[in-house]
Design a protein around this ligand. Structure first.
Ligand SMILES: Cc1cc2nc3c(=O)[nH]c(=O)nc-3n(C[C@H](O)[C@H](O)[C@H](O)COP(=O)(O)OP(=O)(O)OC[C@H]3O[C@@H](n4cnc5c(N)ncnc54)[C@H](O)[C@@H]3O)c2cc1C
Length: 439
């Protein structure tokens, strides 16, 4: 039996960074991974999504070049090269991660971890005794029950980037972020995409402005959006919705992901309503020596969240100040145009604070850039708590959306006032000649 200060199960964004941080702080750490080192982010998440999106953006930019007087006609995408690039980036990142873990002294163990009643972790015949256990087992694709689905070789968020060739006709079941990002990546590369959503609209949790702009752009890319639809049956060739038959050569299930709670279930750890593991502010579960971090305890799908959860948990084990100090998490979408946001949407803010909420909408022209290109580079919307005079949410859509939102988020993190943020926007983002629309 081997003894460790911390045994961590799962080497994704959460587990790997917690392991590295714990080892750098002098703890004896074992990290167990049953599949690929680096988890979702490196093998089927943001790296692949961004790389595919980069190719789509090249097509988009080249098409736009005709507005500047270039006559260019393309395209013959060598998908094999794109795929090789995705795979070699993932392999390089995995190798780098594995080397870094070993350099800081983490014991890396390949295999599926199970646990017994004495809290001994097992990988095949080996046993590991842990003073503290961190569960970082992430999530897996949620597969809905649909008649005929078992007869279809469908893609999921784990396998979409393993495609050997670009599908000619792809039907996406689900109309959330992953579905929309995938449509934005594949449609410009020549795939005919149909999205089927059971709610009354796609991107139902997004700000209406974002939804409107992205839907407009998807329609321009000839992406079909079937909303408010119940699928009656799926076959290898078709999907049936009410009286419509939609043909496909690939089906992609993008209905969200669910926490992998096998270990938590065995230990009968308390869970939250949504199925994730219940944790306190230090990421302790209902058993204080067992922590849970990342997507297994958090439905927010961010690698940054998993990373920062791990640091808080390890700091708590180290008896260092531990709480997450800031909740201004910036997220960005791989879409055309770019979208970025943080905090509450207007709808969420009104639900939480009622009449105390107002929003300010303003175009960002980036001064000279805006004049040269003669269009608004970006729309920024700030959600403001009137009584506290605080920005409680922000979203931007258009060129540089992420940079704009990062800058506003930094002001909020530093507890800057609304006036300071607006002054910054006026001067630094070249918006001094624009009218603000208070909604
Ligand atoms: C398509 C897609 C795009 C995304 N894009 C973004 C993005 O742009 N930005 C962003 O911030 N986030 C993005 N995310 C979300 C991000 O990838 C996750 O939030 C993050 O990976 C969660 O990290 P984690 O450590 O909790 O889990 P994971 O990275 O999933 O790691 C969990 C690990 O645990 C292992 N494991 C599970 N059970 C066991 C066991 N019993 N024994 C041993 N090992 C086990 C698994 O094999 C896995 O490697 C995306 C996700 C997807 C699917």
């Amino acid at each position: 039996m081997q003894n460790y200060d911390v045994v961590i199960i799962g080497a994704g964004s959460g587990g790997a960074s917690a392991a590295m941080y714990a080892a750098k702080n002098g703890l004896r750490v074992a990290l167990i991974e049953e599949d690929k080192w680096g988890g979702t982010t490196i093998h089927c998440g943001s790296i692949h999504a961004r790389m595919l999106q980069k190719h789509a953006k090249i097509v988009y930019e080249v098409k736009k070049a005709s507005e500047w007087g270039f006559e260019i006609s393309v395209f013959d995408l060598d998908y094999e090269r794109l795929r090789n690039r995705m795979q070699s980036t993932a392999i390089a990142q995995t190798n780098k991660l594995y080397t870094m873990l070993q350099e800081v002294g983490v014991t890396c163990i390949q295999g599926t971890a199970t646990i017994d009643e004495q809290l001994i972790v097992h990988v095949e015949s080996e046993g590991f005794q842990a003073t503290n256990l961190i569960i970082a087992t992430g999530s897996q694709p949620l597969i809905p029950e649909i008649l005929g689905l078992e007869s279809v070789d469908y893609l999921t968020t784990n396998t979409i980037y393993e495609l050997e060739e670009l599908p000619k006709k792809l039907t996406i079941i689900g109309g959330g972020l992953t579905a929309v990002e995938t449509a934005f990546s594949l449609a410009p590369l020549g795939t005919e995409v149909t999205i089927i959503e059971k709610n009354e609209d796609i991107l139902i949790d997004e700000d209406p402005e974002i939804r409107y702009q992205l839907k407009k752009q998807l329609a321009q890319l000839d992406v079909m959006m079937q909303v408010n639809q119940q699928i009656t049956e799926v076959t290898p060739e078709h999907i049936m919705i009410e009286d419509l038959l939609i043909s496909h050569d690939q089906v992609f299930i993008a209905c969200g992901r669910q926490a992998r709670t096998e270990i938590a279930d065995f230990l009968a750890l308390k869970k939250q309503q949504e199925g994730t593991i219940f944790v306190n502010e230090f990421f302790q579960t209902s058993q204080p020596k067992i922590y849970a971090i990342g997507q297994v305890c958090n439905s927010r799908q961010f690698s940054k969240t998993a990373y920062s959860n791990g640091i808080v948990a390890v700091n708590h084990i180290l008896q260092k100040p531990a709480k997450e100090t800031n909740d201004v998490l910036v997220r960005s979408l791989n879409t055309i145009p770019d979208v970025a946001s943080f905090g509450l949407t207007e709808e969420q803010a009104i639900q939480a604070y009622g009449d105390n909420v107002t929003s300010i909408k303003l175009p960002i022209h980036y001064a000279v850039d805006g004049l040269i290109e003669d269009y608004t580079k970006c729309i920024l919307k700030l959600i403001v708590h009137k009584e506290f005079d605080e920005i409680i949410g922000a979203m931007a859509i258009g060129e540089y959306a992420l940079q704009v939102i990062e800058q506003i988020a930094m002001i909020v993190r530093l507890e800057g006032s609304l006036e300071e943020a607006l002054a910054y926007i006026d001067v630094e983002l070249g918006n001094y000649m624009q009218q603000r629309k208070i909604v």
